[in-house]
Every structure is written in C-alpha cells, then in structure tokens.
Design a protein around this ligand. Structure first.
Ligand SMILES: Nc1ncnc2c1ncn2[C@@H]1O[C@H](COP(=O)(O)OP(=O)(O)OP(=O)(O)O)[C@@H](O)[C@H]1O
Ligand SMILES: [Mg+2]
Length: 379
C-alpha cells in the first residue's frame, strides 16, 4: 500500500522541536509533505529560527518516517537550506564546508561528494561509478551520480538514457535529475552537442561543471558520486577546489602503465588534501564461463600491492566479465541485471567500505551516514 501524506504528518506530529516539548507540526515548520510511491519528500521552513536544529531534526525525521511501512526513501528539504546548513555545525573542524563556505553554494543538500577517478582512460571509472552508486543506494543511502566527463560522457548510455533530455523546473530554473535504479543522475553530456566537447578548453570545462552542480536540483543526498574524466586535469582541480570532497576512489587495471597513472591520481588528490578512500582493481582477472579457469590477462594484484605501498585502502577487485560490458551497453548495469553475481557482490562490499571510510566525516553536518545506516535508518 502506498504511503499517505496524512500518515506521515501524524508521524511528524510526534517529533518534538529540539529543546521544546511542542511538536514540529504544531510549531509550524513543516511546509509540505509529498509522497511519490514509497518516496517521501518533507519540506521544512525554519524561517528566521535557529538553523542549528536542522541536523538533529533531519535525523529524527528520517529515522521516524523511514521506519514506516511502505517507505523506501525519505528526503528532508529546507527552504533557505544553504543558510541553514552553513549555520548547522558551528563546531565543524577546519577544512570542512562550513569553514570554506564553498560547498554550500554549489550543492546545498549534498552531504558527501565522492570522486571516482583514474590517471588513465578506459580503465572502468564510469563502470565502477555507476555500480558503486547503485550499490550505495541499496544500503538505504540517498545517492546521486554526476557524470563530469565532458570529453566522453558514457553514463547516459550505461543507464539507458542516451537520447534523453533533462526536464527543467521553470519556476526555479533548475534542471531535474533523472531517477534510475534508485539513484538520481545528471550528465554534462546532456548540456553539450554530441562530439562538440572535444574542443572545449579548460575554463569552459570548469564553468560547465560548476553550473551543473549549481543548476541541478539534487535535493537532499547522502552521497553524490562524481564520475571524473581521465587524468589529473581541470575537472579534477575544479571539483576539489569548488566542493569539499569527502574522498576519492581510484580505479586502475593491473597493468603497470595503469598503475603508474593511478599513483599519479593518488598523489594529485593528496596534494589538494582530498582523502583517498581506496583503490579498486578493475579487469583484475578473467574466469572462463565454460570451464571456470581463471586467467590473469593483465597480470593481477598490482592494485593491492600499490595500495599497500601508498598506504591507502584496497577496496576490491572486479573481474573482466562480458556481463559488465553488456550491462554498460544495454543500459542495465550488472548490479541491476545480475545482483547475485560475484562482481555485483564485490560492488556491494566496495560500497560498504566507502561508507565506512566517509562515515565519521560527513562534511556538511558532522553526522555519520554510516552510523545512521548501521543503525538501520534508511534514506
Ligand atoms: N570489468 C569489466 N569487464 C568487462 N568490460 C568492462 C569492465 N570494466 C569496464 N568494461 C568495459 O570497458 C569499457 C570502458 O569502461 P568505462 O567506460 O567504464 O571506462 P572509463 O575509465 O570510464 O573510460 P574513460 O576514461 O573513457 O571515461 C566499457 O565498454 C565497459 O563496458
Ligand atoms: Mg568514463
């Protein structure tokens, strides 16, 4: 049975306003409740009130509403959200969004931004980004995926959205992200003519990326996964300068040449003080579907060795698998098409490790998404 607005409102009426015995509904801060299937959107209006209550309120609301039967996602938005969030954590450590004031401007409702990057092209960043985002969403986190690869945006194809155009919310002049497989998605590819991007120069890339973050109605997200173009160029720098990244996942293949570039990627993120959440080794080995024999076509294990040498976590190894390529080409990623496959399970493990790594470091609010999910709270 679909969840009803009235039932949600009743639930909200049992939540006290922090520091008061009166509930948030009679306090008049609940502006709207919208139910769409199992997803619930709650808009709060804190007016000129104390915005530092926003974080505990969000947690309390998400906890109460996500426990209701029929609810599989809860978003808590605020009117004047960026102001509220900026004031939400006065004790935030230096280097966080509150200290830089940057992230709030571009991504007001996003709690953690993760870059999926590699030094070398074609190693499977987009594949990892898509499957990681889906696996993260499966844990109950609200997840967005931003395809920042202006030179070869491939995720629209991987999600079966190649010829789509995003809708615009005219009243707010915001682009609406697509919703697919439990994640919200937007691509730079939707903003440029096909094949024209190759002539874009650095400053244009930065501007487009910045615009994409600011002009998309991402809503309230626990994690935004950003699929980066290959290399250590303008897009990487823009992202690390403009938003406070929770961390970077580096993708490599086992060959020496890819590993050398992965090392460069790790070095770049370290230089700009972005934590490296770990290394994923893609196309790690091949299991013959006929006889089950394992072949290590590009060598094997270099990612793990390199991760140990660099002192960063090793997140997992994904095999070279026809189902992964098929999934990418057909618009149904392997995590959706075959969730019980070994690689899909590995993507699930990688998602858990990523959540654990960013857990205590929710840069926007100081709260730990991992802890929250561990406690069984969705959304
Ligand atoms: N483990 C895998 N098994 C089989 N095919 C794979 C695997 N990983 C990636 N591929 C395929 O390899 C190709 C390149 O992968 P992908 O687009 O994810 O790489 P990328 O690093 O994002 O590339 P680019 O640098 O161009 O952005 C795609 O066709 C994809 O389906
Ligand atoms: Mg790519």
């Amino acid at each position: 049975m679909a969840i009803q607005e009235k039932a949600v409102l009743e639930k909200l009426a049992a939540i006290p306003y922090p520091g008061y015995s009166r509930d948030i509904v009679s306090f008049g801060i609940v502006r709207s409740v919208t139910c769409d299937g199992g997803r619930v959107l709650i808009q709060l209006d804190l007016g000129t009130g104390d915005h530092s209550v926003l974080r505990p309120l969000r947690e309390a609301i998400k906890g109460a509403v996500s426990a209701m039967e029929g609810v599989d996602g809860v978003q808590v938005g605020t009117i004047g959200a960026s102001d509220g969030l900026r004031m939400a954590a006065p004790n935030a450590p230096p280097g966080t969004a509150q200290a830089t004031g940057l992230e709030n401007d571009l991504l007001p409702g996003v709690h953690n931004v993760i870059a999926v990057a590699s030094g070398k092209g074609g190693v499977g960043k987009s594949t990892v980004a898509v499957n990681l985002a889906i696996a993260l969403a499966r844990t109950g986190a609200s997840v967005g995926l931003l395809d920042a690869d202006i030179y070869g945006p491939s995720i629209p194809i991987m999600l079966g959205l190649a010829d789509s155009k995003p809708a615009v919310d005219g009243s707010r002049q915001k682009l609406l992200p697509f919703e697919r497989y439990g994640i919200r998605f937007m691509s730079l590819g939707f903003m440029v003519e096909r094949d024209s991007a190759v002539i874009w120069r650095g400053p244009m890339v930065m501007k487009a990326l910045e615009q994409l973050m600011r002009d998309v109605d991402w809503g309230d997200l626990d994690v935004l996964v950003v699929d980066m173009p290959p290399g250590t160029g303008d897009a990487q720098l823009t992202l690390s300068q403009k938003v406070s990244l929770a961390g970077a996942v580096i993708v490599t293949t086992p060959q020496d040449v890819a590993l050398a570039d992965a090392v460069k990627g790790v070095a770049m993120f370290r230089k700009v003080e972005v934590p490296v959440l770990g290394i994923v080794e893609n196309m790690s080995f091949f299991c013959c579907p006929e006889c089950g024999t394992r072949a290590e076509i590009f060598g094997h294990g270099g990612g793990k060795t390199e991760a140990a040498r660099l002192g960063v976590p090793f997140l997992g190894e994904i095999s070279l698998d026809g189902a992964i390529r098929d999934g990418g080409d057909s618009g149904r990623p392997v995590s959706v098409a075959d969730p019980d496959s070994a690689n899909s399970k590995t993507f699930g493990d990688i998602a858990a490790k990523v959540l654990e790594a960013i857990g205590p470091g929710d840069r926007r609010t100081g709260g730990g998404i991992f802890q929250r999910l561990k406690n069984g709270l969705k959304g």
